[in-house]
Ligand binder design. Structure first.
Ligand SMILES: CN(C)c1ccc(C(=O)NN)cc1
Length: 326
């Protein structure tokens, strides 16, 4: 069975991580996203006014590209961004592993957030294919296409703070973590890497929350979006913090000593160091938190703030998600 490894390089503020992907011999930098299941790319079918700074996939230059007549796709993300277009098939290689006849979704329209994010040439979904948006027939993700060829049906994420990390497919590299991997069973029926998260800790004080929303492991989200009352309880411990709608969330004096925050991954509490829970500066003295409210959306979203502190295993063979210290 095959294994593959690819670099994950951070953009400003670790807002997202991009990895090189070869499609029909053309290399684009894609955002690997465990919170969605579409592989879509900036393409020459977009208006050139929307492709400045991006690498675009040109199907006419790939000898292996096949159009999927009549198929379309349209996706919206939690932050209100989105994209849409048409579909083809091509050979897609990541870190030396090639999925042949992989569905590649070509953008004909993208929202302003994607136009302005010039480092991002598209997304590679790593959630479950039941939420793929291709119509009239859903298509598989790259991981599901290649899974049977892999040594083990799993992939891992090692994202780093302000430094390159890796995604590995088919194996767990024991040099990338310390101690045990703590697994939670995944409910994939909603298409996400979803698990229970019924407790948390703030500054070492544990709270159970039987009413807490389930959580998803989402490498495509920058922050940690927790239930509103949990976010409130966290920032109640931060002097001078406030939920500032102008800034879009909780801000506080950058001089604050943020408390550690423990998140439940099933029965295991992964403690996130407070010293790594600031996301960005708003100005020279005001900081924007890595922990924010999910506005009671009914889902907690554990994004890159978690992956920067914990090595993660997405195990499709056993339908489980695991974390380990690193
Ligand atoms: C605008 N961009 C680059 C986005 C990238 C990813 C996402 C997302 O919610 N992934 N789960 C949203 C937006």
């Amino acid at each position: 069975g095959e294994t593959a490894e690819v670099t994950a390089s951070p953009e400003a503020n670790d807002a997202e991580y991009l990895s090189p992907v070869s499609i029909g011999g053309q290399t684009l930098n894609l955002d690997f996203d465990t919170g969605s299941a579409d592989l879509w790319v900036f393409s020459t079918e977009l208006p050139t006014s929307e492709t400045s700074g991006h690498t675009t996939f040109d199907p006419s230059k790939s000898s292996t590209f096949k159009k999927y007549d009549g198929a379309t796709w349209k996706i919206s993300y939690g932050d209100g961004s989105g994209a849409s277009g048409d579909v083809g098939f091509d050979n897609v290689a990541i870190g030396g592993a090639t999925a042949t006849s992989q569905a590649v979704e070509l953008a004909t329209s993208v929202s302003s957030q994607f136009v302005s994010d010039q480092a991002n040439d598209g997304l590679l979904g790593l959630a479950f294919s039941n939420i793929n948006t291709v119509s009239p027939t859903k298509q598989k993700t790259w991981f599901e296409t290649i899974k049977s060829q892999l040594e083990n049906p799993l992939f891992t994420a090692d994202l780093e703070k302000d430094a390159s990390g890796t995604y590995d497919f088919g194996n767990i590299d024991s040099s990338k973590y310390t101690g045990d991997i703590h697994y939670a069973p995944v409910d994939k029926s909603g298409g996400f890497w979803e698990f229970n998260s019924k407790s948390y800790s703030i500054g070492g004080t544990k709270s159970s929350c039987t009413t807490c929303s389930p959580a998803i492991a989402d490498t495509g989200t920058s922050l940690l979006l927790v239930d509103d009352d949990v976010a409130k309880a966290y920032y109640a411990q931060v002097d001078g913090s406030k939920n500032d709608s102008t800034q879009g969330g909780y801000v506080y004096p950058c001089s604050s000593n943020l408390p550690d925050f423990g998140i439940a991954i099933g029965d295991y509490i992964a403690v996130l160091k407070g010293s790594d829970l600031t996301y960005a500066n708003v100005d020279s003295s005001t900081c924007f938190g890595g922990i924010q409210s999910n506005a009671n959306s009914g889902m907690q979203i554990f994004g890159d703030v978690m992956f920067k502190q914990y090595f993660a295993v997405f195990d499709a063979g056993n339908t489980q998600f695991g974390v380990a210290s690193k």
